[in-house]
Design a protein around this ligand. Structure first.
Ligand SMILES: *[C@@H]1O[C@H](CO)[C@@H](O)[C@H](O)[C@H]1NC(C)=O
Length: 285
């Protein structure tokens, strides 16, 4: 086990370190490029490590162990699910981190939130139950507002290893409400492979009219879904999504309502990880 882990620490460092790109017409507001030594962990000044948290009938126990959450040494972070017999009740361990950083989309501007992400190369048909995600919640949930009134913007979710990326908003009240809970309002796109891709939402407030403002989802600069204020058709719900502080979440859930549980074919470990090269926000000039 130790030899294998050392090898895996070493391999990513062969690649050049990289961080969030610069985009013409935009100012980089914030990024975490996940720099640091292989086997060390994300900065606890930047990220809250989440433990426990049993929602959506998910099986995983989130831990703070570097087995589940580590910097690769090649300027990336790896969230690694393990099927762990030391945890007999749930059987799986994994990781979830939430940014202390929040940002508020500016009136009159475009704000972009994005990450570059890849997935471990276990075969897609050996990932039943895997539910990796890069998403945001309204910071008001940290100050007493419930879900989904706090607002949720899912930049990327994938389930069961399928090469489909999902983008979704949740808002208002549940069930039903302006965001059609508990499904939310969402779209999806095919993904060519499990390798590196850039996943982004663009929150466009240039119109200064909440009904014509929009949230747009991109895979590698290609738009695949858009929601406008008028589609949500509820100003308070739209304000929670597009006018209010948001924070980032990276996690790999295992099992639960959407993917269903892993089966005997499901593989754990680095081959089922989510690896993130950077998380960043930008504002139009
Ligand atoms: C982006 O621009 C800044 C300022 O010019 C520069 O320091 C940084 O290296 C650039 N980043 C990349 C990824 O090229």
């Amino acid at each position: 086990m130790h030899a294998l882990r050392s090898l895996l620490f070493f391999l990513p460092s062969l690649a050049a370190a990289w961080s969030a790109p610069n985009y013409s017409g935009y100012t980089l507001l914030w990024q975490d490029p996940f720099n640091g030594a292989g086997g060390s962990q994300p900065d606890t000044g930047t990220w809250n490590y989440i433990t426990g948290l049993h929602v959506n009938n998910e099986l995983q126990e989130y831990t703070t162990s570097s087995r589940n959450l580590q910097l690769s040494g090649g300027s990336t972070v790896q969230l690694v699910p393990w099927h762990d017999s030391s945890n007999p009740t749930q059987g799986w361990t994994s990781a979830r981190i939430e940014s202390k950083y929040t940002f508020t989309p500016d009136a009159g501007r475009i704000t972009m939130a994005e990450a570059q992400i890849r997935f471990g190369d276990n075969p897609t048909n050996r990932k039943k139950g895997m539910w990796p995600a890069f998403w945001m919640l309204g910071d008001s949930i940290r100050h007493g507002t419930g879900w989904p009134a706090c607002g949720e913007v899912d930049i990327l979710e994938m389930v069961n290893g399928a090469l489909t990326g999902y983008g979704t908003v949740h808002c208002g009240t549940s069930p039903g409400g302006p965001c059609n809970e508990n499904n939310g309002i969402g779209g999806n796109t095919g993904v060519a492979d499990q390798g590196w891709h850039t996943w982004r939402v663009m929150i466009d407030r240039r119109s200064n009219n909440w009904q014509s403002e929009s949230i747009t989802w991109f895979l590698d600069n290609n738009q695949y879904f858009q929601v406008t204020g008028s589609r949500v058709n509820n100003q308070a719900a739209w304000n929670a999504l597009a006018h209010s502080p948001l924070f980032f979440i990276l996690n790999v859930a295992v099992g639960g309502n959407w993917p269903g549980n892993p089966d005997s074919n499901t593989l754990d470990g680095y081959g089922s990880m989510m690896e993130v090269a950077y998380v960043a926000t930008y504002r139009s000039n």
